[in-house]
Design a protein around this ligand. Structure first.
Ligand code: PRE
Length: 357
């Protein structure tokens, strides 16, 4: 074969490559249309029977020089790439996805913004125990410049014999203290039937880690127009976490923030394993604010500050930490709540890094 011949043949191949690509792209567009139809009809994307049928047709009309197995192999690759296209198109369409909304969602609680680029520190007791305890925390937080207070009134506990929270009475106590000191509030709701009522007392509905896939609760939270703080489940993947958030957005409530609170691994040095990598991944994948709970993820006061700084450096929009006037006598999480002095030290330490804005 002369030099010229080789060049000529290669140039013919270049032309065929272009034609093949054009045909493949045309095919891919039809595949996408089929994907959309399947989405609306709720039909599974992968259709092995259809693939088998197409392969049989192709093999029947194969004139060589590729043998049948090679033809099957080549087209299976095309089907797989087509299927991937249909699946990514679906992912693209999730309401939580960055592909759907490029700009960050900002949650406004009066004049407090979460997710707008200036990270926030949320603090407060694990559980609302009584009026004096919550007032003392609120006063101390106010003095430290904190604007959002957390406090649990409904406490899903591992043991049924542990303190279960004050319920609605606890929400009232939280509201009274927040009103008195001009703070915004976050509290966990565990029963779909309590969501509407809770909106009267709190500024943010928290859905806890144990309830991340309580779909009826997610739907109820999606039906109101109140900000929701959704905690990552103890064994939830990032994808499951995002789909749980999607439940809320799909019902029309777009005011959702996510909070990483540690996942269960084999490691025993911390209460859970703080998944710092979840922060930049969630920020890339979705447009919702992402917070990090240093109390429940680590369970260790001695590393709250470095973990909070790591979270902020990774792009977190806020930190959550538990504060109690007298942690030793707290009705829950006694070992890991900070007293006021410890909280102030923690706050200055994090602020010194310049990461809190
Ligand atoms: C297609 C893609 C994925 C399915 O597994 C089967 C076939 C293909 O690429 O031909 C298209 C398609 O979705 C379909 O025909 O149902």
């Amino acid at each position: 074969m002369s030099e010229l011949n080789l060049e000529q043949l290669r140039s013919r191949l270049d032309g065929i490559n272009c034609n093949l690509l054009e045909l493949l792209s045309e095919r891919a567009q039809i595949v996408q249309e089929i994907g959309h139809l399947k989405e609306t009809q709720g039909v599974p994307k992968f259709d092995p029977v259809r693939e088998k049928h197409m392969l049989e047709q192709l093999v029947a009309s194969n004139k060589g020089p590729f043998d049948d197995e090679t033809v099957r192999c080549l087209f299976k690759q095309i089907f797989q790439a087509s299927l991937n296209l249909q699946l990514t198109d679906h992912k693209k369409q999730l309401l939580v996805s960055r592909k759907k909304q490029k700009e960050d969602t900002i949650i406004s609680l009066g004049d407090v913004n979460i997710g707008g680029g200036k990270p926030i520190m949320v603090a407060g007791p694990c559980a609302v125990e009584n009026v004096d305890q919550v007032r003392a925390v609120a006063a101390s937080l106010k003095q430290a410049g904190i604007t959002v207070m957390r406090g649990g009134a409904f406490k899903p506990r591992t043991s049924p014999y542990d303190f279960q929270g004050l319920g609605i009475e606890g929400l009232k106590i939280l509201k009274d203290a927040a009103d008195e000191f001009g703070l915004k509030t976050i509290s966990e709701i565990v029963d779909p039937g309590h969501i509407e009522m809770a909106c009267e007392y709190i500024d943010v509905i928290q859905i806890g880690a144990r309830n991340m896939q309580n779909f009826e609760l997610l739907k109820a939270a999606g039906d109101v127009r109140k900000p929701v703080l959704l905690k990552r489940g103890i064994a939830a993947t990032i994808e499951e976490f995002l789909h749980a958030a999607e439940y809320i957005l799909s019902r029309g409530n777009t005011q959702v923030m996510l909070i990483e609170r540690g996942i269960r691994t084999y490691e025993k040095a911390t209460r859970n394993t703080l998944d710092i990598s979840a922060v930049p991944i969630l920020k890339q994948e979705c447009h919702l604010p992402v917070l990090v709970d240093v109390t429940h993820s680590t369970g260790r006061k001695d590393i709250f500050a470095p973990c909070a700084k790591a979270a902020l450096a990774a792009g977190a929009d806020g930190i959550m930490v538990e504060v109690h006037p007298e942690p030793a006598i707290a009705l829950s999480d006694a070992a890991q709540q900070l007293n006021f002095e410890e909280f102030n030290r923690f706050l200055s330490n994090v602020k010194e890094s310049g990461l809190l804005g």
